[in-house]
Design a protein around this ligand. Structure first.
Ligand SMILES: *Cc1c(COP(=O)(O)O)cnc(C)c1O
Length: 364
């Protein structure tokens, strides 16, 4: 026997919500959740295993609650003169975002983001009892500084999410937009740079805006560029005072000794872990060019995925690809689908399968 949610004394504000649910299907070509489809290089995984083995010898003890070595590793990796007291980490950047919302949102408060954007922002927000308000984007999903600031000012949010570059559209975001939004609110401004490593090499990170902005947060993840999604490691950089606020809401010892050991070891090999980024960017650009040649309308992407419009029936095309062993993502945007750039072979499998469905996916 299983109770339905209606039978349980569930919080009223959670009624009617649906959980995060990207399908997890065992298909040969999985390009649906923006993972890095390249495995961790052999020489790195050997070193990670050594580190985990050493950590196991002390696993009878609680881990370093302050994950000091790992914070030092992230500070060094990010550069920009950052120090360990400006770094926080969690089990995926989703947990890091949850810590931010637990500290700065909560009942009676509001978080704000520009739709369409990362689907977890509303879910994480509502999980803390806060309201989520969705703003809008311009044509091609871009945001101008003036418009973003005006919308922020109207929403009077306690927390603003700026996904840069944006998921699920791939759209880059100018630093001028971040500065304008910051100046338009007294709330916390979170710049989610989950895909920053896939942006052009000379593009500037919001990390350079941190000095003098104590309400600004830049979050990152090891899930995408670092090929580490299964290890669950995300992190952020912000003012040391803001990070102290996160200590109020985290669970004690939230980062296991094994996670800390694995992440620190992977960070020591950052260049090898990131070696596949250029290859993925090349596949992304090939996917964009081929989609264009097939008559679809791909949007500019600074990430490891491509959103494309011009799909006559997204659900049918999604199914037509699925039946050929290719899993991509229907993100609920009309006439559009999203595909992650995989290895050369995976990307080719996707493009061939899509081409077989005819113009606009009409034969799906
Ligand atoms: C994938 C993704 C994350 C990262 O999630 P993890 O919990 O670190 O795996 C965060 N933000 C965006 C926009 C993402 O697409």
């Amino acid at each position: 026997m299983s109770a339905s949610l209606d039978d349980l004394p569930l919080r009223p504000d959670l009624r009617g919500l649906t959980p995060y649910g990207a399908p997890q299907a065992p298909l040969p070509v999985a390009l649906n959740v923006n993972e890095n489809t390249h495995p961790v290089p052999e020489e790195v995984s050997a070193d990670i295993l050594d580190s985990i083995a050493r950590a196991l010898h002390e696993v009878n003890r609680y881990p370093d609650r302050e994950f000091t070595a790992l914070r030092e590793g992230f500070a060094e990796y990010l550069g920009h003169g950052l120090t360990a007291d400006q770094i926080w980490a969690g089990n995926g950047s989703n947990e890091v975002l949850q810590h931010l919302l637990q500290a700065f949102a909560g009942p009676g408060r509001t978080a704000f983001g520009f739709a369409p954007t990362y689907s977890m922002y509303p879910l994480l927000t509502r999980g803390t009892g806060a309201d989520y308000v969705a703003g809008t984007r311009g044509v091609d999903y871009t945001l101008s500084a003036e418009d973003a600031a005006a919308q922020t000012d109207r929403a009077q949010p306690d927390v603003v999410f700026l996904c840069a570059p944006n998921n699920p559209t791939g759209t880059p975001l100018g630093l001028d937009v971040i500065e304008a939004v910051y100046d338009a609110t007294d709330g916390i401004v979170i710049v989610d740079e989950a895909y920053q490593e896939f942006a052009p090499r000379d593009s500037r990170s919001a990390l350079m805006l941190l000095p003098g902005r104590e309400r600004l947060v830049v979050s990152r993840t090891m899930s995408k560029a670092f090929a580490f999604a299964g290890a669950r490691v995300g992190y952020l950089a912000a003012d040391p005072g803001l990070i102290d606020a996160l200590r109020l809401v985290r669970l004690p010892y939230h980062l296991s000794a094994l996670t800390q050991a694995a992440a620190s070891a992977a960070l020591r090999h950052a260049p090898a872990m990131l070696a596949m980024v250029d290859d993925i960017v090349a596949q992304r650009d090939r996917i964009t060019a081929t989609l264009d040649a097939l008559g679809y309308e791909p949007f500019e992407s600074w990430t490891n995925f491509v959103l494309f419009a011009g799909v006559e029936d997204p659900a049918a095309t999604w199914r037509g690809l699925y039946d050929q062993g290719v899993l991509i993502r229907d993100v609920g945007i009309p006439r559009s689908l999203r595909v992650t750039a995989g290895t050369e072979a995976e990307s080719t499998a996707f493009l061939d399968a899509l081409a077989s469905l005819g113009p606009g996916g009409a034969r799906a």
